[in-house]
Ligand binder design. Sequence first.
Ligand SMILES: C[S@@+](CC[C@H](N)C(=O)[O-])C[C@H]1O[C@@H](n2cnc3c(N)ncnc32)[C@H](O)[C@@H]1O
Length: 280
Amino acid sequence: MRIADIYTEGINKGKEFGVLSADLRVLLAHNEGFAEPIDVLLRRDEEVKKPDLFWEQFEELRKGKPVEYIVNEASFLNRKLYVDERVLIPRTETEELVATITERITDYYDPRNYLVVADIGTGSGAIAIALKSYFRNWILLASDISEGALEVANKNISKGVATITTMQGDALTPYIEKKINLDIIVSNPPYITNPDETQDSVKDYEPSTALWLDKNNSVYEKIFRDCYKVKKEGLLMCFEIGYDLEEYLTELMAKYLHDYEFEFLEDLNGKKRFLFVYLQ
Ligand SMILES: C[S@@+](CC[C@H](N)C(=O)[O-])C[C@H]1O[C@@H](n2cnc3c(N)ncnc32)[C@H](O)[C@@H]1O
């Protein structure tokens, strides 16, 4: 059977279940050992090597499993990361967060300095790995409360050449315990407040510790509460946030911070999805 035939059959069978043709290309490219999903179209006349595996995976896709968890791979800023159900699949908004940091950093620091940077709730390690690749002189630390997530982060970190130190613990606790002082905190913590607005495939497959904002146990609040314990001369905090959190976060900052400047920044869809706070 040709790749074109199995691909077309997959599209037809998947239509009523909302299976995306882009996801079928990811499956086929992965199974056939192609570099990119577009190769499925370019090499459509070749014989399929693993048709049975394709149909097994098709069943998982049909039930709603994200394709990234099926092939154990996600793209983040042109890098391929290992992912499984212990970590959130990195999102394009988080790529925007990293891009915004690279654009804005000179407003706060000379990026040629040896800045000490923590990625809190690192998950797959996406943010820490990307930042370290752009700013090789920065000292990157990455932490997560989930042991499973840290195993995934370490797997991704070990594929690169750069050193990133990982630590397990709640919000800033590992840094406070180890007396580590920071120039920058980056965090994409759990921030979803409304399960009704969340896709079933996210609720069913992505780790709940990565998703839901519990305002009685909020990573944002813990970071604001403890940030003076880890602050160097200044401290820049860059967060990804839920679109509905501006008021909540403004109140938290007023409660815990003094001598600070802040800015809510919009994503490409015009929603306030990032918060940069600088402590003097
Ligand atoms: C939204 S995910 C972000 C993962 C990754 N940084 C990214 O951007 O793709 C949030 C991460 O925060 C971690 N987390 C949740 N509560 C935490 C806490 N109290 N302290 C540290 N990490 C926490 C979760 O385990 C999860 O990996």
